[in-house]
Ligand binder design. Structure first.
Ligand SMILES: Nc1ncnc2c1ncn2[C@@H]1O[C@H](COP(=O)(O)OP(=O)(O)O)[C@@H](O)[C@H]1O
Ligand SMILES: [Mg+2]
Length: 390
């Protein structure tokens, strides 16, 4: 557990880099500091291993004030990775991986063991231990860089924009790798980035910083759902916020309420009439308390043969969703699974609404393309009268 208590940092020249921050990270969390350049992210991170000393306030690790812990001892437990995890070209992969354990004077067999174990975790053969970096591909070197950061088995690892200079694909691969290893190995990672996608992808919780202050500290989902202010909203951007809506808003926001339905004791002829009047090709069947029982389809009902039958004899099974279903999931059912319409029920299975394919199209359109306008109107045309004869 890492705790910042009223921590400020003022650099010489009265430069206030960090202003009275209070934060508490749990063991095993992946924390990202995100913010614009100069917002104090690096300063915050470097105060955790005393590379920077707070001007006021205290930082505690597992309840111990770090200013009272011997510096060497502290860093034994905290790994630090700066930009571009470059390997030493004149050292073998093995020597690169065990750089920090060697400094910590681990016995050779322990270093050997961890090097092999980590290499396995990134699917590289053990023979690579004797290679030099230049004999590996760029991507393989990056993976070695990542496992090197974990080799000393420190509980806390600080990473300052480690993937900043990489191309998007390599970066994406390494992000997944770091996240996987962090979970598998139960590390606490404090990660600085100015890339919002990176922060959203990696964080268990993220610290949004602006001008030395914490603007918001929460999970990516909560921040997307409830950005604290315009600064956070701007950092996230309109597009991300619109898309995120699908993840936390429920179908209540897009369903048609009180869909047309019929009762099992109604006559088939009556229900067919109802469908025609309302221009629908199916009706939901509910009991007197509006519990969903199923549906009837106009193509299955034949007025001349079964007009006097009761609807109850022609009910078909219906797939339904609950009213707390997220919009993203409803879109999946309709789009990927091909349901036309899906009835929505409450926790008592009372029919409360209907999600239609049209509503899904509207909702998706609204959030992806609401302010899109084609440049000209020559892409749309109407058949002219003279074109309608042959
Ligand atoms: N050693 C220093 N001396 C004076 N000012 C500094 C020093 N390091 C950082 N700063 C200033 O403190 C502020 C925060 O810096 P930093 O923590 O590096 O921000 P970030 O990592 O978010 O870009 C910036 O305005 C920066 O110019
Ligand atoms: Mg920085």
């Amino acid at each position: 557990m890492i705790e910042f208590k009223n921590v400020s940092k003022i650099y010489p020249g009265n430069k206030v880099a960090v202003k009275n921050i209070n934060l508490r990270f749990e063991t095993g969390e992946f924390i990202c500091f995100i913010g614009t350049s100069g917002s104090g992210k690096t300063t915050c991170m470097r105060m955790i291993n005393r590379m920077n000393i707070p001007s006021s306030g205290t930082i505690e690790i597992d309840g111990r004030d770090i200013s009272k812990i011997n510096e060497i001892n502290l860093r034994r437990h905290i790994g630090y990775v700066i930009q571009q995890i470059g390997l030493m070209p004149h050292m073998t992969i093995y020597d690169n991986i065990i750089m920090v354990p060697k400094l910590l004077k681990w016995p050779e067999d322990k270093m050997n063991h961890i090097a092999r174990e980590l290499l396995q975790k990134v699917d590289l053969p053990e023979s690579y231990l004797d290679y030099y970096p230049s004999e590996l591909s760029g991507g393989q070197q990056q993976r070695i860089g990542v496992i090197r950061a974990l080799a000393a088995n420190q509980e806390i690892i600080l990473m300052d924009e480690p993937f900043g200079a990489l191309d998007p694909i390599t970066r994406d691969n390494l992000q997944q790798l770091v996240k996987r290893l962090q979970r598998e190995m139960g590390k606490t990672i404090i990660f600085v980035t100015h890339d919002m996608d990176e922060a959203l992808k990696l964080s268990d919780r993220m610290v949004v910083m602006n001008q030395g202050q914490v603007v918001q500290f929460d999970t990516p989902d909560s921040i997307l759902a409830h950005p604290a202010n315009d600064f956070v909203r701007d950092m996230l951007g309109e597009e991300r916020l619109n898309h995120a809506v699908f993840d936390y808003e429920t179908v209540e926001k897009m369903m048609v309420r009180n869909p047309i339905c019929t009762l099992p004791n109604k006559k088939v002829s009556e229900s067919i009439h109802m469908m025609k009047k309302n221009r629908v090709d199916m009706l939901f069947v509910v009991d007197e308390q509006k519990h969903l029982m199923g549906h009837v389809d106009i193509f299955d009902l034949d007025r001349s043969r079964m007009g006097n039958d009761l609807i109850g004899n022609h009910i078909k099974k219906t797939t339904y969703i609950y009213n707390n279903t997220k919009i993203r999931d409803a879109i999946y059912y309709i789009n990927d699974l091909g349901y036309r319409n899906i009835p929505v029920v409450n926790e008592n299975r009372v029919l409360v609404g209907l999600v239609t394919r049209a509503a899904v199209v509207d909702r998706v359109y609204e959030s992806y393309w609401s302010d899109y306008q084609p440049e000209g109107d020559d892409a749309i045309a109407q058949i002219k009268p003279e074109e309608m004869t042959v």
